[in-house]
Design a protein around this ligand. Structure first.
Ligand code: GLC
Length: 426
């Protein structure tokens, strides 16, 4: 496939999933706006329609809560093809939203789109509107998800991580009860192969947490301490740190000195704290179970995605070596879970498959640290996967089998983002 064919196809995916002011991840399986999907998809739009890219993030931020939280789903239009819908969340918003958040990659995306914008006036205007809102979201994280001031934020629901069913959560998630959840009908398994999706037992626990938080009126001053699930994910924290650091840079350019100083301070404190998640034995970062006060010995991609943060170079070099080791047990980098471990499942969502968005963020961090050869290898693997199996939601790292939803927005956006500046892909 030629570069132009691949890019044209990717643009078609974005256009088909465009609902005017927001994009759905894919038709059917995910019929609303998702938080980090939107931020990453905007990167794809920005290569051929800058105004549309800005609108994507502007729509997301228009649904920010008064306390600063930006929800993980915005239910713009009713659609009963998805569970749990607005009636389960009960967040009482003008436009219904979920009540939890997702990886805050918008700060990074806004800076990147602003940096390379050709319409400078539009870029400055949009960035000036968005930067204070994104900053308020970052401050919300450290206030509500790190009440002890450790420098690292906890996830209170696996869906917040964006890596919904990762093995990282298994132990902490087992402490979440299922009593009182009642019966419900999942919709995801009617759109995608159940063998690729989370289990029914996991779904009951997902819903228990939603009901718990709803019973506390979604008051974020109470949720952290009330949650039986409090996990500190290095990948998630790395995204937050990167976005804080990028927002600091962008705020300087825009002459917003207070935001610049505050963002830099948040990033610096968090970067220092990240080292408490490093494991020499694993050769990567690990999650921390905050309830137990112990690292989680689960070899997932969360500890490698950490490379997206401006970490010390020796740490990124060690992560590059770790990816080299993973390459020995798969065909396509980077598997979302180590294929040599018993938890690995090549087709099941975040327990093994490759996700292009994660590959992109890892590659970006590797380039910054001078690990360009590994970054290039990862990006070429992205192209090989798409050429072989199309714009799927995720792919088996050994067979390239396409999994989950097809015609997927952020997969296409990443191909545009990665290959807009490269030559032929094969
Ligand atoms: C799944 C993914 C999540 C993503 C959403 C929409 O829930 O795990 O990361 O945001 O789908 O694509």
């Amino acid at each position: 496939m030629q570069k132009s064919d691949m890019l044209n196809h990717a643009r078609t995916v974005l256009r088909d999933n465009d609902r005017g002011t927001y994009t759905v991840p894919t038709h059917g399986l995910y019929p609303f706006q998702w938080n980090w999907d939107s931020a990453l998809s905007a990167l794809g739009f920005s290569h051929f329609d800058e105004a549309r890219a800005w609108t994507e993030i502007d729509t997301l931020m228009a649904h920010q809560w008064d306390d600063g939280m930006v929800p993980h789903i915005i239910f713009h239009e009713p659609d009963d093809g998805y569970f749990p819908g607005p009636d389960v969340w009960g967040t009482d918003r003008p436009t219904p939203t979920s009540g939890i958040t997702q990886p805050p990659v918008a700060g990074f995306a806004v800076r990147r789109i602003h940096d390379r914008a050709t319409d400078r006036d539009l870029a400055d205007r949009m960035a000036r509107t968005l930067v204070p809102k994104i900053h308020a979201w970052h401050q919300w994280f450290y206030r509500c998800r790190d009440p002890q001031g450790t420098g690292l934020v906890a996830l209170l629901h696996p869906w917040e991580s964006g890596r919904d069913n990762s093995a990282d959560w298994d132990e902490a998630f087992a402490r979440v009860p299922t009593d009182g959840v009642g019966t419900f009908t999942r919709r995801d398994t009617t759109h995608a192969n159940p063998a690729h999706r989370p289990t029914d037992d996991q779904y009951k626990r997902y819903i228990w947490l939603v009901q718990k938080f709803r019973s506390l009126d979604w008051d974020n001053r109470k949720l952290h301490d009330a949650s039986p699930f409090q996990v500190v994910d290095p990948g998630f924290n790395a995204i937050l740190i990167r976005s804080c650091a990028d927002l600091a840079d962008l705020a300087e350019v825009l002459n917003l000195p207070d935001i610049a100083t505050q963002s830099r301070a948040l990033a610096d404190k968090a970067l220092a704290a990240m080292d408490t998640l490093w494991s020499d034995a694993a050769g990567q970062y690990l999650c921390l179970d905050r309830r137990l006060g112990a690292l989680v010995p689960s070899l997932s991609i969360g500890g490698i995605l950490a490379a997206f943060a401006p970490l010390p170079l020796n740490r990124v070099q060690a992560l590059s070596a770790r990816i080299e080791t993973l390459a020995q047990s798969c065909t396509y980098l980077v598997p979302s879970h180590d294929p040599t471990t018993p938890e690995f499942e090549g087709l099941r969502y975040w327990r093994g498959p490759v996700w292009l968005i994660v590959n992109y963020m890892i590659a970006d961090g590797l380039i910054r640290a001078g690990e360009g050869a590994m970054a290039e290898r990862i990006m070429q693997d992205c192209a090989r996967l798409i050429v072989k199996s199309g714009f799927a939601e995720y792919h088996d790292p050994i067979t390239a089998e396409p999994c989950g939803g097809a015609h997927f927005t952020w997969t296409a956006a990443m191909i545009i983002e990665i290959f807009s500046t490269r030559d032929l892909v094969s």
